[in-house]
Design a protein around this ligand. Structure first.
Ligand code: GDD
Ligand code: MG
Length: 341
């Protein structure tokens, strides 16, 4: 089945990391998120995908000039300006010449959802669109969905106000769609699939859903991005995308790590330097990050080529941008973001 991967968002919740790198090009334990997403899909039989690009499209195109990512054949549909989720789906479908049932995936979701069962549900109900649902404790940051016993969607509420979520079942960002859905999306303008298209399809009773409680995570916040890394390190995923994890952590072979450093549930990427007496716990170090001696870095993301001065204590939850320099003996905690455009 042909598929569209939405990867054109600005990744605002992961700034400053996403000023230079689109969210889906950030690594999960050393492998770009888009590769993880496509290899998850490949395991469910997806063989070709149109990447719906808008923000920093060249970062994808230059990284994969052979038009193959994780064994999946890809083409690149670059929006002239951001068209939002439904506008992007229409644009990419037109670009790809889609004229049969197709799959759409939010490119910042890593999951083991059963795509084949989702397609089967879609065909069985003769739906116009069918969405995968996943249960979460706090649905307020997602699209929240209620269904009848047959899986027909009764209500779809995007990011409901506190206390107004109709259920704990959220839109998992995996959709099977008929080409007829595209006809109702005006061309060349911003249209949001969650606020405009799905509520309308629910009203016409042609929107269905399938609950799936397999592993699922939207990586779009610092907390979730750290979680996605730790879940791979701890073997909570069926797939490690090739990373060699030793004692719960991954160290890129090119990283220089002092033997006295204590590294717990952390990912240390290429060409990083970790000094003596350093403690890393639930930390992600992006390529070339330098942690000088006697630092403690917990539940924090250190951007590419950032330098953390000696004796600093970071986290939880600090996000240090590319090439930032944190002064010696800094103590930072809370939702700290360092680094600008
Ligand atoms: N091409 C393109 N153009 N892609 C876009 C655009 C755009 O204008 N805007 C957003 N995207 C992409 C993002 O890159 C991301 O992969 C996907 O669309 C969803 O956008 P997010 O910004 O990550 O949305 P969200 O996480 O707040 O909410 C969405 O995902 C939740 C599940 O992960 C919604 O679909 C919710 O309903 C859902 O519960
Ligand atoms: Mg998201």
């Amino acid at each position: 089945m042909r598929s569209i991967i939405l990867v054109g968002g600005k990744g605002t919740r992961l700034r400053p990391l996403t000023y230079e790198t689109p969210k889906q090009m950030l690594p999960l334990v050393g492998v770009a998120m888009i590769e993880c997403v496509l290899s998850d899909l490949a395991r469910h039989g997806v063989t070709d995908a149109v990447l719906a690009l808008g923000y920093l499209p060249n970062r994808f195109i230059e990284a994969y000039p052979s038009n193959t990512i994780a064994g999946v054949g890809v083409t690149y549909a670059v929006e002239p300006e951001p068209l939002d989720t439904a506008g992007a789906i229409r644009f990419a479908a037109q670009f790809g010449g889609f004229d049969e049932t197709f799959l759409v995936v939010n490119g910042d979701v890593v999951s083991d959802l059963d795509v084949s069962a989702l397609v089967a549900r879609h065909r069985d109900r003769a739906a116009e669109a069918t969405i995968a649902l996943h249960t979460v404790a706090d649905p307020s940051g997602f699209g929240v969905v209620s269904t009848d016993e047959g899986g027909r969607v009764l209500a779809f509420v995007e990011k409901p106000a506190p206390g107004e979520a109709p259920s704990n079942q959220i839109n998992a960002g995996y959709y099977v769609m008929e080409p007829s859905v595209l006809n109702a999306i005006p061309a060349g303008v911003r249209v949001n699939v969650e606020r405009e298209v799905f509520p309308r399809l629910a009203e016409t009773k042609t929107l269905f859903a399938r609950a799936d409680e397999a592993y699922w995570l939207d990586t779009g916040t610092p907390h979730a991005y750290l979680q996605a890394n730790v879940d791979i390190l701890k073997g909570r995923r069926s797939e490690r995308h090739g990373a060699v994890v030793v004692d719960g952590s991954w160290r890129h072979p090119n990283a220089t790590i002092d033997p006295s450093a204590l590294i717990i549930n952390s990912a240390v990427d290429a060409d990083c330097v970790v000094g003596s007496g350093v403690v890393l716990e639930n930390a992600v170090l992006l390529p070339r990050a330098v942690i000088q001696s006697d630092c403690e870095v917990r539940s924090s993301i250190i951007g590419p080529s950032a330098i953390i001065g000696p004796g600093s204590r970071l986290g939880p939850t600090c996000v240090v941008g590319a090439k930032e320099h944190v002064a010696a003996a800094s103590h930072l905690s809370g939702d700290v973001r360092l680094g600008g455009v």
